[in-house]
Design a protein around this ligand. Sequence first.
Ligand SMILES: [Zn+2]
Length: 616
Amino acid sequence: MKKLFGACYYPEHWEPDRIEKDVEIMKTLGFNAVRIGEFAWSFVEPSPGEYDFSLFDRVIETFSKNGIGVIMGTPTATPPAWLVKSHPEILQENESGHKLNFGSRRHYCFNSLVYRKFAREITRKYAERYGKSDTIIAWQIDNEYGCHNSTLCYCDNCAKKFRKWLKDKYHNIEALNKAWGTVFWSQQYRDWEEIDPPRHTIASHNPSLSLDYMRFSSDSAIEFHREMAEEVRKYSSKPITHNLMVNFTEIDYYKLSKELDFVSWDNYIPGDYDYHLQGMNHDLMRSLKNEPFLVMEQQPGRVNWRKVNNYHDPEQLKYWIAQSMAHGAFGSLIFRYRQLPYGAEQYHSALLNYDGSLTPRAIAAKEGFKAFMDEEILIPIKETAIYIDYENFWIDRTDRLNNNFSLLSDSILIAYKALRELGYNVDFVFPEDDISEYKLLFIPSAYYVRDEFLKKLSTFNGKLIVTAMTSSKDEYNNIRSSIPYGLEEILGVKVVDFGGIEQAQDLMLNGKKFKGKFILEVLKILDAETIGDFLYPYEKFPAVTRKGNAIYIASIPEESLLKELLLSIGFEKRINGAEIINFKGTSVLLNPYPEKREIEFGHDKIFLEPFFWKIL
Ligand SMILES: [Zn+2]
């Protein structure tokens, strides 16, 4: 893909005569791409079977004359009122059996055959109309699968489909009963028809049922996507994508990315801004296909949907664009082009004001686009990696040892921060990926480690850090007979007992005091060396062990502990006070702060302006 810069544009929200003026403004801002169309179903099909594409025809023709490419979004995230009123069975149902109402978005069930028929039809209409247009540069199917917690539906359509999914997986009901341990609490099934989705119950569901339901729900979203993409492919050879979301874990993005020609995602910034969190998401998106990705929606300033929709310095937008490009993006589209005074997102900021005038954010975006338009897109070099399997997010949610613990923010993000604070690139690796080139692999609390990955670990020559609860569960979400299953020989330890801890627990490493959090494990040392011990009242228990290149931590480490550990096994602190990404023969330094910074880099001191960057 060539580099793409622009915004998400909604011509249906404005007077048609505004189009020519907008395109003129877009050209002055350095746009070469826009995304349109993804919420316009009721606009192009106001009544069943009555289509009016004349506005989009005019828009696309105007973009075509001005050399701006169009990413066409298909509109299935927003089924219109006429469809919902005539077919209420397409609506999602929550755990308690309540149908979601019309009036927002993402209210459809992925498994409704009626909805799939209508969704295919409107997707086909878009594809027929614009499939051969040279102005269309890519397709976005639907919008933000899973947004507003919409992946899991509990309706009768889903129940029926789930039973079939289970039958295909287990073949006979006895195999399912055995795998799920249904003898517990008298849950044995005689027939597939007796199995329901994990709807609201008085206490916990069977964790095996819950995990399979998460797998099934993720597969359902991916199957929906595949069906819609099939319609587009009948008429167009242009690449197909979907806009993934920050910190979403309900859909297996690795599996979904196999269906995409390129990965794109929507970069929204939490109120308590943490540049490492944004960096982690960029690195995760790049790692899905190990290829450059597109930021399909870049937040320009305040949004409308957080508890507090914070003000952001317009200059920060330039930094967000630079950060995404440094982490391997091939472009950035700002969401949205112009602020809209009506509808559910009226507080959301944009490049243009409500009255159509330019905001300072438009100038910041223009400068950000210009800075990277002629730069080569490079992939950061492979240095360190963190292991991810989406199924572990689901295990984390379906059976909890400590309800205060979050796999993503307390384990994976902490490992990421420790590595990034020292100045090392981080890739995310998935069970199918090759790990042989990394000098360090981190396995943060991966409850279930697949056999294929355990095999790779047995021949891995880099340094390995593994934290508590890793390889403690099997594929059915049941406890392994031995923990950490398949890793005892590599790590030289065995977990003989474990429990949650309410308060962080002191431990000693290299003569310094650190904290382990959330979980404490009791280890039996096989042939590892103890390099860190818990303190009172658990001073008899090893906290950190080492066998050759393999380190085990019998708790959830804080960031400073990990940094100390990394420094003691041959890693160094490369940078102070900025973000750094390393490429073959060069590095990019970024200052994420609103003030000028003096950065220590090797023996040099480098000054970076607020929110600015430097290519070394
Ligand atoms: Zn459903």
